[in-house]
Write a protein that binds this ligand. Structure first.
Ligand code: HEC
Ligand code: HEC
Ligand code: HEC
Ligand code: HEC
Length: 341
């Protein structure tokens, strides 16, 4: 284990302490673009992040609002009794684009874009790239850097290094939260999502000083893979707790939970990591079914798994995960082709 043992506080304590201080119920997992009042839109990023913007232009995300005009969208709308255009209904815009508050109305300013994954930017855009007067990235003082990144995160920047949160955020959109939309409307019950394959193909933007769009290192891919399975299980349980009947929606979620559990068992066998044992124990305590009486157990398990997933990232496992390399998807299986300039 590398990293900061001493600063480490178990998630259970962190969450309950925060809930006590703020007097809040345990917060739902983060959704980066949930604050339409603080969205700027991708044009605000393009001047400084030309390469990321060029990649994004070539992804399905850039076109994700256009699919709302497809004929299939009508059936989904009818099932949900949505009368407005799909690209004006929050039931669709929350995942198919970047919703921005414009006066009193929420309007889509783009498909799924920068702030959908990095957080609504009004309050962090200035500070995140301010190295201090007369300083550059190379000459910035380390304390200034910590302060800059700390302030940016506090203002809502979702950093790529915060892997558990990043992956939770993908799953906010890539698992459907709405039974009616799926069972009656025929909307996809969620993507066949695996985070390494889905992040290292068409959407990849990871530019080094050499100007190359690099594949994530093997250490990061191991972490992404494990985190992907943990978050997958968390979201399958969380969504299943909203199911009311046996149908496409509940069946897809039960299958997702079972597949993530079996992947996590394989990982546990190849890498002795205590968080995985805790996660599997939590999952075993909830019944994969749609009865209302079972919901609290599903949600409690999802909370425990979420905390353990964040702990797993905070503890910075690296060498411990070397045994899982055979499980990592290979480049032929990446979703789409990485963009090269
Ligand atoms: C004025 C130029 C500028 C603008 C505008 C800008 N950025 Fe940045 N951004 C930077 C610089 C410079 C860095 C590198 C900071 C560093 O080296 O730590 C950066 C870093 C980042 C990072 C990586 C942070 C990390 O964890 O290391 C992300 C993500 C990011 N920007 C997203 C965005 C998004 C999204 C927008 C638009 C809403 C945006 N930026 C607008 C200059 C800018
Ligand atoms: C929770 C996020 C979420 C919500 C809410 C959502 N969608 Fe989707 N939708 C997706 C994802 C993700 C896909 C891609 C599915 C896949 O990978 O299987 C998709 C796919 C689609 C497709 C098929 C796209 C294609 O390329 O053929 C249509 C049509 C669609 N959605 C319409 C809608 C409509 C209409 C609404 C509102 C009633 C809506 N969606 C709400 C996430 C969402
Ligand atoms: C679908 C989610 C998603 C979208 C959309 C997205 N990013 Fe990212 N971004 C990520 C992830 C994940 C990483 C980490 C890359 C990795 O590890 O492969 C990242 C990394 C970055 C970085 C640091 C790496 C580098 O190349 O400098 C910057 C800067 C950045 N994104 C800016 C942007 C900007 C600007 C946009 C819009 C034009 C954007 N991102 C759109 C998810 C996204
Ligand atoms: C705000 C919602 C949202 C977020 C966040 C999001 N996606 Fe998506 N993503 C979508 C929608 C909607 C589609 C489907 C677009 C379409 O049908 O054309 C999609 C499509 C994709 C595709 C193309 C799939 C295909 O079949 O070709 C990839 C790859 C992808 N997403 C990866 C990611 C990853 C990785 C993350 C997190 C780093 C992420 N997405 C975060 C909504 C989102």
């Amino acid at each position: 284990v590398i990293g900061h043992h001493r600063l480490f506080v178990p998630a259970v304590l962190r969450v309950s302490a925060l809930a006590l201080i703020l007097g809040l119920a345990i917060a739902s997992p983060l959704f980066a673009q949930q604050n339409p009042g603080k969205i700027l839109g991708p044009d605000s990023c393009k001047d400084c992040h030309k390469q990321a913007a060029a990649v994004w232009d070539h992804t399905r995300h850039a076109l994700s609002r256009d699919v709302l005009a497809k004929p299939e969208a009508q059936r989904i709308k009818t099932a949900k009794a949505i009368k407005t255009d799909a690209d004006e209904s929050e039931a669709c815009t929350s995942c198919h684009g970047t919703p921005k508050l414009d006066g009193k109305k929420i309007k889509l300013v783009a498909g799924v874009s920068c702030e959908s994954c990095h957080g609504a930017a009004t309050e962090w855009i200035k500070v995140h790239s301010n190295f201090g007067s007369g300083k550059t990235a190379a000459t910035e003082a380390p304390e200034h850097r910590d302060e800059r990144l700390g302030a940016s995160m506090a203002a809502g920047l979702l950093r790529p290094s915060n892997i558990y949160r990043v992956v939770q955020n993908c799953l906010q959109c890539h698992t459907a939260p709405d039974e009616e939309m799926v069972n009656a409307g025929g909307h996809s019950a969620g993507s066949a999502f695996e985070v390494v394959a889905w992040s290292q193909g068409m959407i990849r933007h990871n530019y080094g000083p050499d100007g190359q769009n690099r594949e994530a290192s093997v250490e990061r891919r191991r972490q992404l893979y494990v985190v992907g399975q943990i978050a997958e299980l968390e979201f399958a349980l969380r969504r299943l707790a909203t199911a009311t009947a046996d149908g496409t929606y509940s069946q897809a979620l039960i299958k997702r939970a079972q597949e993530a559990t079996s992947a996590l068992k394989k990982i546990e066998a190849a890498a002795k990591v205590p968080e995985l044992t805790a996660i599997l124990k939590a999952a075993a305590s909830a019944k994969l079914a749609t009865d209302v009486a079972g919901r609290p157990a599903l949600l409690a398990a999802a909370e425990t798994i979420s905390g353990a997933g964040q702990d797993f990232v905070d503890l910075g496992y690296a060498k411990e995960l070397a045994g899982i390399d055979a499980m990592l998807p290979s480049p032929e299986n990446y979703k789409g082709t990485p963009y090269r300039q």
